[in-house]
Design a protein around this ligand. Sequence first.
Ligand SMILES: NC(=O)c1ccc[n+]([C@@H]2O[C@H](COP(=O)([O-])OP(=O)(O)OC[C@H]3O[C@@H](n4cnc5c(N)ncnc54)[C@H](OP(=O)(O)O)[C@@H]3O)[C@@H](O)[C@H]2O)c1
Length: 302
Amino acid sequence: MSGEPVFLIFGKSGWIGGLLGDLLKEKGAKFEFATARLEDRSAIIQDIERVKPTHVLNAAGLTGRPNVDWCETHKVETIRANVIGCLNLADVCMQREIHMTYYGTGCIFHYDDSHPIGGPGFVESDAPNFTGSYYSHTKAIVENLLKEFPNVLTLRVRMPIVESLVYPRNFITKIIKYDRVVDIPNSMTVLPELLPYSIEMAKRRLTGIMNFTNPGVVSHNEILQMYKDYIDPEFEWKNFTLEEQAKVIVAPRSNNLLDTKRIESEFPMILSIKDSLIKYVFEPNARQKAEVLAAVKEMRGR
Ligand SMILES: NC(=O)c1ccc[n+]([C@@H]2O[C@H](COP(=O)([O-])OP(=O)(O)OC[C@H]3O[C@@H](n4cnc5c(N)ncnc54)[C@H](OP(=O)(O)O)[C@@H]3O)[C@@H](O)[C@H]2O)c1
């Protein structure tokens, strides 16, 4: 396909959808936001006929508020958006040979005997082994179905991170705020580094599944230690075990390492998770340490 790409973004009001809009605007790319609900196939077709995209970026889906526990008690809504809706969009795109990038999740894996902490990561062809939360269950189902669509790239996003330490959805903000945190190494996605790669992947018309995380793992304590080193030398925190954590959440959460050979082969310059955190989060925040510290203290109410 030749000519300038035209992007249609689903998820305008969402975190990742909003960031994708900012990014495309910054790049001077042609794009529009969709207005359709994913369950409404005819509205999707109207959006597509209006914008005539070459590429759809699907960052729409139910993630639950205040967190994924919401999906445990709203199962039909979750199926309609995350499975039926997502497949509707993929199908409409396939019929028109439009490439779709789907911002999915890597929270469909959990360390197991073949993938223990410190062992090999889960590769793109591995079948999900974590369906402990209803959210993850629907995401695993849809990933498995989407991989048959020749026009779809599924990105496995994990524990997304942005620069702002007071943005409530930022994984770092969450663990700074919690009274107690578990301490487990995990793969994570530093959005300011990786979202631009996703646009490039769409332009390259990559398909199939992509583990969309920075190489390597970082643990909760390592992140909080970085926060202490770069921003607040007085910062203290308490740990608790997975068993203790289970008492304060409804559905279990996944912890894992995703293998990153595929993304590294496309983007050899990708930074390790720890280097990316330093470059995109801690160094920029350290340059305005006083303001950041005041804002975080106000957010934590102490
Ligand atoms: N944030 C995370 O921690 C995280 C981690 C891993 C993966 N992901 C995945 O990345 C994707 C985007 O996440 P996000 O954090 O940006 O989500 P978000 O902030 O919750 O935004 C979700 C977006 O989807 C839209 N939406 C929900 N149901 C819809 C439907 N039925 N039809 C059309 N639009 C619908 C919402 O619009 P309305 O507000 O109008 O409903 C909103 O714009 C999701 O697939 C999520 O699973 C997120």
